[in-house]
Design a protein around this ligand. Structure first.
Ligand code: NDP
Length: 390
């Protein structure tokens, strides 16, 4: 990067929780960045507002039915307007110096791959893309010489802890988990959980899908798969530890039994800032950690009986092939159905498990195979949910 010229930045999923946190950080030092692309799914109003404020070169809305609305809202500006999934890929291929991949779900996979192909820096929040197509994404990053910076707080913590050693010196990685809003609830209590209760995370303010994933602990399962791809230490060397305060974001233990941990307030702007400034550090207005005030940190083993999603995800990565993509697709549909009031909370993981058991396609070789598997798994899940409803 030329230090004198602004860094070019694109944000995929700009209207979401991670996207707006990223833009908040950019506001702190506005002149340092030139915004190439901002994208959303259907929220044309918010996208137009952000594109105007940040003087984006292009604003892309995935939902083509919102094109006219976005075009009208940006009529008096120089912002180029585009719509549709292919246009997301085109915007990613513009190759900003730094791209934030913060679309939720597997829909983020094509633009993330296109951004990686440019060989620049991609900050990855969109864990579902890595879960569905981990091998393909890592190969794309390697082949293009791209830098992939993990933004998920746990993976960002591990990435930071690995600055203190090498991956081949690692004995164990510990992913911490808050345990979500139902950490202490019995299965009977969880049976009648409402969407409002499930999205009310005790520590983190996040989008609806990841909040439900945190409540079922499928989020930790997805993160296990994510960690397996990002940090090749062997699945058996990645542990999960429940830590309700979300202060330690993850740990790396080296062969000499020295453990490095990364700590911070539970605020996504902290890992995002680390990725935005990397390899430098930027000043933020985030809350500094006050350990004296927190007093004590608690830890416990995960309860796999009440939260079977973690084991399901571990099994999916052990099985390999198409299974992680099936797990992800079924989970996306089941979570959306729960949020729509069509299935019960405990049924989410049950549905995912049944879809995995009943669908065994051949191993995917390319992106087309992955999308075929993703589509079929979604259709099967929708059919199963229709049956559950009646
Ligand atoms: P949000 O639901 O808050 O935002 C999602 C963003 O993606 C929005 O901009 C949305 O647009 C856009 N979007 C949704 N569906 C599509 C689609 N089909 N095509 C194109 N764009 C789409 O999600 P979060 O910000 O919470 O999460 C984003 C990603 O980051 C997820 O993968 C999540 O797991 C991960 N993550 C999030 C964390 C958090 O704290 N929120 C922490 C760690 C990881 P619109 O506004 O128009 O709907």
């Amino acid at each position: 990067m030329n230090k004198l010229s602004p860094r070019t930045v694109s944000i995929f999923g700009a209207t979401g929780s991670v996207g707006t946190s990223t833009l908040e950080l950019i506001r702190l030092d506005r002149d340092k960045y030139h915004i190439v692309a901002l994208t959303a799914n259907s929220n044309a109003e918010e996208l137009a507002k952000l594109a105007k404020e940040f003087n984006a070169e292009v604003a892309v809305i995935a939902d083509v039915s919102q094109y006219d609305a976005l075009k009208a809202l940006l009529a008096d500006t120089n912002v180029e307007v585009a719509a549709g999934p292919d246009q997301l890929v085109e915007a990613a291929a513009l190759g900003a110096d730094w791209t934030m991949a913060a679309i939720v779900g597997c829909a983020g996979l094509p633009p993330t791959l296109a951004a990686l192909k440019c060989g620049k820096t991609v900050a990855l929040a969109n864990k579902e893309a890595l879960v569905s197509a981990g091998a393909l994404m890592m190969a794309q990053a390697r082949d293009a010489g791209a830098t992939l910076l993990p933004v998920d707080s746990e993976h960002n913590a591990i990435f930071q802890c690995l600055q203190g050693g090498r991956i081949d010196q690692v004995r164990k990685i510990t992913l911490t988990a808050s345990g979500g809003p139902f950490r202490t609830w019995s299965k009977e209590q969880m049976a009648s959980v409402t969407p409002e209760q499930a999205v009310a995370h005790p520590n983190w303010d996040m989008g609806a899908k990841i909040s439900v994933d945190s409540a079922t602990m499928m989020n930790k399962g997805l993160e296990l798969i994510e960690a397996h791809h990002l940090f090749p230490v062997g699945l058996e060397n990645i542990d999960i530890l429940v830590h309700p305060q979300s202060v330690i974001h993850s740990m790396v233990e080296y062969h000499d039994c020295s453990t490095l941990a990364q700590l911070g307030s539970p605020d996504m702007r902290i890992p995002i800032a680390s990725a935005l400034a990397w390899p430098e550090r930027m000043k933020t207005d985030c809350l500094p950690l006050d350990l004296a005030k927190i007093g004590k940190l608690d830890f416990e083993a995960p309860d796999y009986d009440r939260f079977p999603a973690i084991k399901l995800a571990r099994g999916a990565i052990e099985a390999g092939g198409a299974v992680p993509a099936i797990l992800n697709a079924a989970n996306e549909i089941a979570v959306a159905a729960f949020l729509a009031g069509d299935v019960q909370f405990l049924e989410i993981t049950e549905i995912v498990s049944r879809i995995i058991d009943g669908y065994s396609p051949p191993e995917p070789n390319d992106l087309a195979d992955i999308f075929g598997i993703d589509k079929e798994a979604r259709e099967r899940t929708i059919t199963m949910i229709e049956d559950v409803k009646v």
